[in-house]
Ligand binder design. Structure first.
Ligand SMILES: Nc1ncnc2c1ncn2[C@@H]1O[C@H](COP(=O)(O)OP(=O)(O)OP(=O)(O)O)[C@@H](O)[C@H]1O
Length: 710
C-alpha cells in the first residue's frame, strides 16, 4: 500500500522542531533545533539553529474532496484539528461514513532526501503497528501537493491538552493511563521499535479516553536485541540521560521507560520533573537526576517510588515494562476499568473503597487489553525477530509477526506461568491405561494408580489462586453478563469437584469414545485487531470477532453460521449456505478464510493422530463454536457452545472437560490423546488431579464473578 509510492516522494514530518545535523565525530547526530540552541557540553553537538518557516505552514488547506486514487477511496475533508511542526491535521470522512484524522504534509516541505527518508521510515514503522493503544494508520497516499496519512481519530486530543485543562490528574487516572502506555511500549519493544519521543503531546486519547500513542517520527527499529542506537534525538524534557551523556555506548529500549517516568511525574505534578526555561539547565538536572516532589501535592509513596525507578540513571538497571506493571503502584488505590468521558473538564471522584475482586477484575481487564502482564516470569521473553512489511496487500496486514507461531500462547499476549509447569509426560502415565483399555475397569484403574504413585507432585497448587490471576481477553469480558452462563460454569466446577472427591467404584462406563469430545485443535489470537480464530476437531473453523459476533465455517465450507451475542440476551444464530451469504458478511467471511488458511499453513494440530476419529461429526447439522475464552497465568481456556471447557496449559498439555458426556480428554506434550470419565478421577495421577483442581478453581472463580454482575 505504502511502499512503492513513498520511495520517491517521502520525507520527514515528525516534529515541531527543525532537524539539524552535525557530525563532529563522523557520526551523524540529529537533534531538534530547540535542543541545539544552547551550548551543551556533553555531547558536543552545539548547533545554532537557522530561522526557518515552520514546514506545516507550507501545507495549505486541502480540497474538500481528497482522493486516494490508487485505492479509489474518496475522503471528505472537514475542519483542521491540529497543527504540528511539519503537518496539519484535518478531520476526514470516508465513503462509508467512518471519521478519521488526516495528517497532511506539504510536498514542498519534503525537499531534501534525508527528510523524505525520515517520513518513509516513520510510515513504515507506523504501518507495522497494530495495538489498541497505538494510533492506527489507516491509509496513506499522495496527491500533487500533499502526502496524507489517514489516522485513527483521537477525539480527545493529547495528554498535553488534558493536563493544560486539568493541571494535574488523580492517581487512579494515572494508574489506568500508565498501564495502557506500558502495554503499547511492551508491544513496540517486542517488535524491536524504540519510540524515542514519548511525551504528553504524543500520547493521545480516543473518545473513550483510551491511550493512543502516535508520532513515530523519531522511532528506531533495532535489527537485534544487542544493537545500540547512536543518534541523539528526543525532546529535552523527556530525553533519557544515556542519550545525552553516553553517546559512545548508544541507547536502546530503556529510553522509552525513562520518558514514561517523566510522563507519569508530569501527570501527577503538572509539569515535567526537569522542567526549566533553559534547555541547558534541563540537561544539567537530567544529568544530576535532580527533581523533587512538591510538598503541597499529595502523591502516594508507591507513585513516587515507581517514578524514581523509571528515572533510574543507569539504563541497565531501569525496570522492564513487566517489572513496572508488577509495581505496588498498580496494586494499591482505586483501579478503574475505564475513565469517565468528561475527564477533560471534571476531575473524577473515585469511590473511597473498592472490593478486592472489583479491583482485581478491573486491573485484569485493563492489563490484558493493553497486553501488559503480571507475574514473576513476565518480561523475560526475548524480543521477537521482526521484519518491516514491504508489500501493499491486505494479506500483509492480515497476519503480521505478532501472531502466535504455533497453536500455543500468543507471546505478545503472554500468559506467564508463575509456577514451573509439571514436567510429567502424560503419555507414560497413561501407557498402562492404554494397554488395558480393553480390559475390565478395575485392572485399568489399578494400573493408573500404580503409575500415579511414581509421579512427583505437581506444582499446580492452590497458591495460584485464579482469583488473582484470571485475565479475560477483551473479547470475553462483554460476555460476562450472559445471565445463564455462570450457572453452567458453576455446575461444571461442581461436577469436577465431585469427580475429584469420588471414591473408587466397582464399575464404570469405561473409556469414552474420543469422537464424542469435540475440541479446538488450532487457534490464533489476533484480537488486537480482528478476533480469535480457531479450528475444531471436526474441521470446522470459526472466528470470535472483537465485536462479539462469531462466524463458523462447516468443514466442507458449504455452510456458514453467524452468531451475534447481545448483552443480556440469547445468542442469535443465522445459517446460510456459503454461496448465499449476505453481503454484510462479506468482510467477515474474507477474514475467516484468511484465518483458516493461516492456521492450515502455519499451525500444527493439537493431536498426533491426524485422522481423528470424529469423522462422523464433521458434517453434523448444528455447528459448535467457541463461545468465549479466558486467559490465566497457567492456561488459556476456551468455552465451546456445547458446554465443553478446554484448558491449554502453558506447558502444552491440554485438558478438555466435557460435562455433557462426563468425560475428560487429555492431550499430552507429545500430542497423545487419552479420554477418561469423571468417575475415574480418583485414580488419576497427582499431576492430572492438580490440573483438574486448577480447572475447577478457575471455573468457580469465573462463575462467582459472573454471578456478582447480576
Ligand atoms: N490521530 C489524531 N487524531 C486527532 N488529532 C490528531 C491526530 N494526530 C495528530 N493530531 C493533531 O494534529 C497535530 C499535529 O500532528 P503531529 O503532532 O503528528 O504533527 P507533526 O508536525 O508531525 O508533529 P511534530 O510537530 O511533533 O513533529 C497534533 O498536535 C494533534 O493536535
Amino acid at each position: 500500500m505504502l511502499t512503492g509510492m513513498f520511495v520517491y516522494i517521502c520525507s520527514c514530518p515528525s516534529n515541531n522542531f527543525v532537524y539539524v545535523v552535525t557530525a563532529p565525530s563522523g557520526i551523524c547526530q540529529e537533534t531538534k533545533s530547540q535542543m541545539a540552541s544552547v551550548a551543551i557540553k556533553e555531547p558536543k553537538a552545539a548547533i545554532t539553529p537557522k530561522k526557518k518557516t515552520k514546514p506545516s505552514r507550507l501545507c495549505y488547506t486541502p480540497p474538500t474532496n481528497i482522493a486516494n486514487s490508487k485505492k479509489k477511496i474518496l475522503y471528505t475533508r472537514y475542519d483542521c484539528i491540529g497543527e504540528g511542526g511539519f503537518a496539519r491535521c484535518f478531520r476526514v470522512k470516508d465513503e462509508s461514513g467512518n471519521i478519521y484524522a488526516a495528517k497532511v504534509i506539504a510536498k514542498a516541505s519534503l525537499q531534501n532526501e534525508k527528510t523524505r527518508q525520515k517520513l518513509f521510515g516513520e510510515i513504515k514503522v507506523h504501518q507495522s503497528m497494530s495495538h489498541p493503544n497505538v494510533v492506527g494508520l489507516i491509509d496513506c497516499f499522495e496527491d500533487k501537493t500533499n502526502v496524507y496519512l489517514v489516522l485513527e481519530l483521537c477525539e480527545h486530543k493529547s495528554l498535553m491538552e488534558l493536563l493544560r485543562k486539568r493541571k494535574l490528574l488523580t492517581e487512579p487516572e494515572v494508574r489506568f493511563l500508565m498501564l495502557q502506555i506500558l502495554g503499547a511500549l511492551k508491544y513496540m519493544h517486542k517488535k524491536r521499535v524504540i519510540h524515542r519521543d514519548l511525551k504528553l503531546g504524543n500520547i493521545m486519547l480516543d473518545e473513550s479516553n483510551n491511550v493512543k500513542i502516535g508520532d513515530f517520527g523519531l522511532a528506531a527499529l533495532l535489527m537485534d536485541d544487542e544493537e545500540r542506537k547512536m543518534t541523539i534525538c528526543g525532546t529535552p524534557n523527556y530525553i533519557a540521560p544515556e542519550i545525552l551523556f553516553n553517546s559512545k555506548e548508544g541507547h536502546s529500549f530503556e529510553v522509552d521507560l525513562w520518558s514514561a517516568g517523566v510522563v507519569m511525574y508530569a501527570l501527577l505534578v503538572g509539569k515535567p520533573p526537569f522542567q526549566d526555561k533553559e534547555v541547558k539547565t534541563i540537561y544539567k538536572k537530567i544529568k544530576a537526576n535532580s527533581y523533587s516532589f512538591p510538598p503541597n501535592i499529595p502523591i502516594s509513596s508507591e507513585a513516587k517510588n515507581l517514578i524514581a525507578s523509571l528515572l533510574t540513571q543507569d539504563p541497565s538497571i531501569r525496570p522492564s515494562v513487566d517489572d513496572i506493571a508488577n509495581h505496588d503502584f498498580f496494586h494499591s488505590g482505586y483501579m478503574a476499568s475505564s475513565l469517565p468521558d468528561d475527564i477533560l473538564h471534571i476531575q473524577p471522584v473515585w469511590p473511597s473503597t473498592q472490593s478486592r475482586s472489583s479491583f482485581q477484575r478491573n486491573l485484569d481487564y485493563v492489563a490484558s487489553a493493553a497486553g501488559v502482564g503480571f507475574g514473576k516470569s513476565a518480561g523475560t521473553e526475548k524480543n521477537k525477530p521482526y521484519a518491516l512489511k514491504t508489500d501493499e496487500g491486505d494479506d500483509d496486514h492480515m497476519l503480521p509477526s505478532v501472531l502466535s507461531p504455533r497453536d500455543r500462547v500468543n507471546p505478545v499476549m503472554k500468559i506467564g506461568p508463575e509456577t514451573k509447569p509439571s514436567s510429567t509426560k502424560l503419555s507414560s502415565i497413561f501407557e498402562a491405561a492404554r494397554k488395558t483399555s480393553e480390559e475390565t475397569l478395575p485392572s485399568r484403574v489399578k494400573a493408573l494408580k500404580e503409575e500415579s504413585r511414581s509421579i512427583p507432585k505437581s506444582k499446580l497448587t492452590r497458591s495460584d489462586a485464579p482469583d488473582n490471576e484470571t485475565r479475560t481477553g477483551s473479547v470475553s469480558i462483554a460476555n460476562l453478563s450472559d445471565n445463564i452462563v455462570w450457572i453452567n460454569i458453576k455446575k461444571t466446577a461442581l461436577k469436577i469437584g465431585m469427580g475429584l472427591e469420588s471414591r473408587p467404584v466397582a464399575s464404570s462406563q469405561g473409556p469414552i469414545a474420543a469422537k464424542n469430545i469435540l475440541f479446538i485443535t488450532k487457534w490464533v489470537d489476533y484480537s488486537n485487531k480482528y478476533g480469535l480464530g480457531y479450528q475444531l476437531s471436526n474441521e470446522s473453523v470459526g472466528v470470535h470477532f472483537n465485536d462479539q459476533t462469531s462466524l463458523v465455517f462447516s468443514a466442507d465450507e458449504n455452510m456458514i453460521e453467524y452468531i451475534t451475542h447481545q448483552k443480556n440476551s440469547e445468542a442469535k444464530h443465522s445459517i446460510f449456505s456459503t454461496s448465499k451469504a449476505p453481503d454484510a458478511l462479506k468482510n467477515k467471511i474474507y477474514l475467516l478464510k484468511h484465518f483458516k488458511s493461516y492456521m492450515v499453513q502455519n499451525l500444527s494440530r493439537a493431536v498426533q493422530d491426524e485422522t481423528l476419529d470424529d469423522i462422523d461429526i464433521k458434517n453434523a447439522g448444528s455447528m459448535i463454536f467457541m463461545h468465549n475464552y479466558l486467559r490465566t497465568r497457567q492456561a488459556i481456556m476456551f468455552r465451546l457452545s456445547n458446554g465443553t471447557y478446554q484448558f491449554n496449559f502453558v506447558d502444552h498439555v491440554k485438558v478438555v472437560v466435557s460435562p455433557s458426556v462426563q468425560g475428560i480428554m487429555v492431550l499430552d506434550k507429545e500430542k497423545e490423546k487419552m479420554v477418561f470419565t469423571l468417575e475415574e478421577a480418583c485414580w488419576f495421577t497427582d499431576d492430572l488431579r492438580s490440573r483438574l483442581k486448577y480447572i475447577r478453581e478457575v471455573l468457580e472463580s469465573w462463575a462467582s464473578k459472573l454471578e456478582s454482575t447480576h
